[in-house]
Design a protein around this ligand. Structure first.
Ligand code: NDP
Length: 329
């Protein structure tokens, strides 16, 4: 049988370090599934790992998200799983035709969710889910500022906030992205690329739009927006800094939380919000149910053949994408 194909990051670097290679011959160990992948999800974290922002060993097969059909099972795994469709968010080596997935971390995919959406939704969907329901469980009538609202997490988060009755001020960098954010439910969209000073002008605009400041900022942009995010909060507001697509936020003086009006900052990550199988399944079944009944729309903004993973990274890092990017196997 021909070896499976996979995308390896050969060393720390830019998208050019991504190479299509023959992957290893995989066999599931105890508690594992071998999955024939339909597609892999492309996520910002893949670029951080490739670029050395998060420590990794090199070379490594890139990616952690995908969906496909279980083709082999390891010891201790229920035989009922053979031939079923599963998705995952945390299986290292997911930019590959074959992926080993821990049965404990596999998400059953319901009939109402197609193969593409099964690969596209889990990581960004579960992230949007925990942010809106747990990190700051936004309530009816409360205001949120969502940065990069036409991005993968941004579009899903905006919809989930609206579904809870929250109100969204969104930021985006193009007119086309503004239209997507509005369609997802944002009440106001700010073109932050057009402001001469993000730190000065953005909070003023947000305060006007939200009657004195937002209850929560969901900030995945990081370095470029952090100061403006803090200054956009009303007293006792929460800044959920969940990523750094513009760069990581440097250390900051805790006294700023005092002078801002008893503010809160948290730096959440998905792993801590789906740590148990119970919580993982509760969130994923809610997410997939919303997708299946059409109440949550997942936009696949771009898809590339596996061999063009480098191009997918370039597009994501250059702000050229909207919604989700996937790699077809
Ligand atoms: P997106 O689809 O949102 O893409 C990133 C977006 O960030 C861009 O489209 C762009 O939107 C905006 N952006 C602003 N400045 C820059 C810049 N200098 N370079 C690149 N992009 C910039 O990506 P994801 O939805 O995959 O991820 C969004 C964020 O969420 C990332 O920071 C990611 O690491 C984080 N994340 C965190 C998780 C967690 O649990 N903590 C889990 C999943 C994702 P625009 O053009 O409108 O400015």
């Amino acid at each position: 049988m021909a070896p499976m194909r996979a995308i390896a990051a050969l060393e720390v670097g830019g998208p050019d370090v991504l190479q299509l290679q023959d992957g290893p011959d995989l066999h599931p160990g105890p508690g594992q599934l071998l999955v024939t992948a339909h597609a892999a999800g492309v996520n910002f974290i893949d670029t951080y790992r490739r670029a050395g922002i998060y420590p990794m060993t090199f070379p490594h097969i890139v990616g952690s998200e995908g969906a496909g059909v279980v083709s082999e099972i390891g010891d201790g795994v229920s035989p009922h799983l053979l031939g079923t469709r599963v998705a995952w968010t945390d299986a290292p080596g997911s930019y590959a035709e074959q992926v080993l997935v821990s049965a404990e971390r596999a998400l059953p995919v319901p009939d109402g969710v197609g193969d593409d959406l099964a690969a596209a939704a889990p990581l960004q969907g579960l992230t949007a889910h925990y942010l809106a329901t747990s990190t700051y469980p936004i309530a009816q009538g409360e205001w949120a500022l969502v940065h990069a609202a036409a991005g993968g997490v941004g579009l899903l988060l905006t919809q989930l906030i609206r579904a809870r009755g929250g109100r969204v001020v969104a930021t985006v960098s193009t007119q086309a992205k503004a239209e997507l954010a509005m369609a997802a439910g944002a009440e106001s969209v700010i073109r932050y690329d057009e402001l001469t000073s993000l730190t000065q002008e953005l909070p003023d605009l947000v305060r006007q739009l939200s009657s004195g400041g937002v209850h929560v900022v969901y900030d995945g942009v990081g370095r470029a927006t952090f100061d403006a995010s803090l200054a956009s909060l009303r007293p006792r507001g929460v800044l959920a800094l969940f990523g750094g697509s513009s760069g990581q936020v440097p250390p900051f003086d805790l006294q700023r939380l005092n002078t801002g009006g008893s503010l809160y900052v948290t730096r959440p990550s998905l792993g801590a919000y789906v740590a148990t199988r119970e919580e993982l399944l509760a969130r994923s079944s809610d997410l997939f149910a919303r997708i299946a009944d059409g109440s949550l729309s997942v936009r696949i903004g771009a898809r590339y053949p596996l061999a063009e993973a480098a191009q997918a990274h370039r597009a994501l890092e250059s702000r050229a994408t909207t919604g989700k990017v996937i790699l077809d196997m």
